[in-house]
Design a protein around this ligand. Sequence first.
Ligand SMILES: Cc1cc2nc3c(=O)[nH]c(=O)nc-3n(C[C@H](O)[C@H](O)[C@H](O)COP(=O)(O)OP(=O)(O)OC[C@H]3O[C@@H](n4cnc5c(N)ncnc54)[C@H](O)[C@@H]3O)c2cc1C
Length: 462
Amino acid sequence: MDNPAQEHSLQIEGDVLHPDSDGYDEARAVWNAMIDRKPALIAQCRSTQDVAETLAFAGRHDYPVSIRGGGHNVAGHAVCDDGVMIDLSGMRNVSVDVEKRTARVAGGATWRDVDAASQPHGLVTPGGLISDTGVAGLTLSGGIGWLRSRYGLCIDNMLSVEIVTADGQIRRASEQENADLFWAVRGGGGNFGVITEFEFQLHPLGPEVMFCAPIYALDRGAEPIRFWRDFLADKNDRIGSLLEFSTVAEDDEFPREAWGKQVYTIAAVYAGDAEEGEQVMQPLRELGPMVTDFSGPMDYRELQQLFDTLMPAGQFRCYWKSHYLNGLSDAVIDEILEGVASVPSPNSLSSIWNFGGATAQPAADATAFGDRSMPWMFSIDSVWEGAENDEANIGWTRDLWARMQPHSHNGRMYLNFPGQGEEGDKLLQDTFGDNYQRLREIKAKYDPGNRFRFNQNIRPAA
Ligand SMILES: Cc1cc2nc3c(=O)[nH]c(=O)nc-3n(C[C@H](O)[C@H](O)[C@H](O)COP(=O)(O)OP(=O)(O)OC[C@H]3O[C@@H](n4cnc5c(N)ncnc54)[C@H](O)[C@@H]3O)c2cc1C
């Protein structure tokens, strides 16, 4: 089973690559430069039918399957050793129904593709913070972006999907059709099949939105952070915010005296009228001496691409881990400040994300995602260069994560920032809570042989 492309023939409209094909190494490369896996075959699908043929082929020959959407999964789940990789990067079409305010988004599209199709009509659906992240992987484990405060997680805006299940069957899933499957894909990740098309709800917003981004030196300490925490308390339904710890790059956009210094940015987006947002968020920009301030009204698409250059694909080695926090007391803020101060790499970021608002509305059993009552998330996004630095950076991330464990919201973690998923079944049990058993049963119904196992794997119920 070293080379199924040569042993058996897979006939699809798209290209089928094997290890000695031209383009094989480019096709297996993903965002995290640490990942170096070698699938026996890469199926570069062009249509739902291609996906169905590939899955039927994998089923006939019992090959495990990995799914590549945008290739951003930090654990590298898009690519597997010795199995079949379904590459959807050639399926990125997005069509908008302006009257119904909906978008149909192909399974390999990125958020840039969605914004490009919807913003000319003054419409949005909440996406992630980086424009070349895949819609599919980000959405299927929840999807957290700037607009969550008003419009919820990405899964809360999902109306239906077209999905090819392990048996090669093409199905639709929505509240009305295959409702169990629709429930499971709203949080359960890539465990249930290959999504070839999403249908999303769109909302009127833009083109201009207000982006707030004052940058304070880390040695300003906790005071601005406490203000930010208290300020958001009655605005979590309008402001999506992220307090991000970083190291100032040697870049002329920053004052020279700040180069190499540790800072935090109070980044926030007002999901509504830009002028109103500027007024409402002004107090966040008046918290005393700051390094610089990148705030201002901004085109929504520009905002969505603002951080892309910080996170280029294939350049850095990465390990990201998170906790939902059960609160952000003064003591927790102090602990975070102490923890981030010893970051080994200047490229790493750590962030505190606010929740509440529309994110908190759905009941825990309404979607597979589970409990929505977490008030904050702390994510540690370690990013560095050189294999010789792996141990120091991964070790630092794990230590800080362990240190924050006592403040965890019931041991739950955002499954798009799970490290390498080392906690295994316990992580899923804690994160999905009462939904876990139902997910295992649905997995047993649609993927009893666990064909889709390169993910946060939900084992089929016995
Ligand atoms: C630079 C960067 C920025 C990020 N920003 C955010 C953010 O703002 N908000 C946020 O919530 N997350 C964010 N993430 C995390 C991101 O959501 C996850 O890494 C996610 O897995 C990426 O999806 P993808 O399609 O690009 O990944 P891939 O690596 O292509 O896929 C990951 C997994 O998703 C599943 N999958 C992918 N496509 C399909 C499909 N069509 N059908 C079924 N399953 C599929 C598979 O299980 C696959 O293994 C970010 C990650 C990076 C690297």
